[in-house]
Design a protein around this ligand. Structure first.
Ligand SMILES: Cc1cc2nc3c(=O)[nH]c(=O)nc-3n(C[C@H](O)[C@H](O)[C@H](O)COP(=O)(O)OP(=O)(O)OC[C@H]3O[C@@H](n4cnc5c(N)ncnc54)[C@H](O)[C@@H]3O)c2cc1C
Length: 388
């Protein structure tokens, strides 16, 4: 249950975020999408106003807000027509440092991340040959005196070119030498700029959305041992601990996308005249929009429930995953309805629907695909047999 005073504060936060987004406008995003550009000015403004440092405690220079407020920020960015995917990772990657970093690491990084002096927009987990089977990853970090030497490859790692730091997951003990496959991996804070050309290279991946994803190559890249995040061999836990917040924030983005599509579709349905009447007067046009609205509002309740449980430190893996599942499917369906409502104009880039539809589609695949969520629910919540 959210107290009325907190609801009012969240509403104020959304108004402030919307005002900031409106100074950029949807054309800004269309141009970036066309040229595959990065919203540097937007991210700068968002950071300067304290929104991107929302979850960083005030003791480390952040805004010290909670997950519900952070989710409201991501939702409103998406609802405005902007592409929250350009900057969302900073909201949750910093959680790894906050929860697992040493006090020295927190002091070193978090204030600079909050001020924008350092950008922490990047996390490197996925690999080309292992995909969703994360514990099978091959990138290896070998301890050599005061450094780890990292060799391997990552794929689909987003915002590498627009981040100073990356949280990297690598094996430090081969999988066949640990009792459980989740053991023997470690997380590191990698200084991307310092490493570039010194055992680290990247290659952008051309793709249907403007997500700035790259393939990464590590060839004996040195990472100072003090950049180990948490305990050696327990890196999977470092990554896993951040996943619920990540899922909830992404789900909030999807709610924002869904509300954007419903806003656009209902507005267009009211004004577009065909056969001498607004198309929204036809139930064949009206009902799908109304259903999309209902689906989005239902998903929003699950996002809220998951966020509140997260804030109360309750186990919320099931709720966070269901929020992401329901919101990503509802936003995609709402986008499809918005496209259909706009008829041929839905395909015109000036209406933004096709861009937003491409952007929101990602969230049924990343950061975790729908099937993997269903398998988590089937096995861990419903007690059915493990399938893999
Ligand atoms: C634009 C973009 C940005 C990304 N950004 C990042 C990033 O910043 N950092 C990062 O680490 N990763 C990133 N990713 C990677 C993303 O997390 C993965 O793509 C996602 O986890 C799925 O992994 P995969 O692509 O290897 O699919 P695969 O694991 O190859 O799976 C392919 C399909 O098979 C299904 N499948 C696989 N195994 C099973 C099974 N046992 N049962 C049922 N179905 C199964 C999956 O659900 C999926 O639909 C990004 C991806 C994209 C596309």
């Amino acid at each position: 249950m959210i107290a009325p005073a907190r609801r009012a504060e969240i509403s104020d936060i959304k108004s402030a975020v919307r005002a900031l987004c409106d100074t950029f406008g949807e054309e800004y995003w269309r141009e970036l999408d066309k040229d595959r550009g990065y919203p540097t000015d937007f991210v700068h403004e968002l950071t300067a106003k304290g929104f991107l440092g929302a979850l960083i405690p005030s003791a480390y220079g952040g805004s010290g807000l909670q997950l519900l407020e952070a989710a409201a920020i991501m939702e409103e960015i998406s609802r405005s027509g902007a592409h929250a995917g350009a900057c969302h990772a900073q909201m949750y990657v910093m959680g790894s440092i906050l929860r697992h970093g040493s006090e020295a690491q927190k002091q070193q990084y978090l204030p600079k991340v909050a001020s924008g002096e350092l950008r922490l927009q990047c996390f490197g987990v996925t690999e080309p040959n292992t995909g969703t089977d994360t514990t099978n990853l091959k990138t290896f970090a070998r301890r050599d005196g005061d450094v780890y030497r990292v060799t391997g490859q990552k794929v689909w790692i987003s915002r590498v070119e627009h981040s100073d730091l990356m949280v990297l997951l690598a094996r430090t003990t081969p999988r066949d030498q640990v009792a459980r496959k989740t053991q023997g991996m470690s997380a590191f804070i990698v200084d991307l700029k310092a490493s570039l050309g010194k055992g680290f290279a990247y290659q952008p991946i051309p793709s249907t959305i403007n997500h700035h994803s790259c393939q990464l190559f590590f060839d004996d890249m040195e990472v100072p041992s003090e950049n180990l995040l948490g305990t050696e061999g327990e890196g999977f836990r470092v990554i896993l601990d951040g996943m619920n917040a990540e899922r909830i924030l992404i789900a909030a983005e999807c709610v924002g996308d869904g509300r954007y599509f419903v806003d656009k579709a209902s507005a267009y349905a009211k004004e577009r005249m065909v056969f001498d009447r607004p198309i929204g007067q036809n139930q064949g046009v009206q009902f799908p929009i109304a259903r999309a609205y209902a689906d989005i509002e239902a998903a929003a309740l699950m996002v809220e429930k998951a966020a509140l449980m997260f804030e109360e430190n309750q186990p919320c893996g099931a709720e966070a995953n269901m929020a992401k599942l329901l919101a990503s499917e509802a936003s995609w369906k709402a986008g499809d309805v918005a496209l259909q409502t706009h008829g041929g104009f839905g395909f015109a880039t000036e209406y933004h629907i096709e861009r937003k539809l491409r952007e929101t589609r990602l969230y049924q695949i990343a950061p975790i695909s729908t099937n993997l969520i269903l398998s988590f629910l089937g096995e861990h919540v419903l007690g059915m047999p493990r399938s893999f």
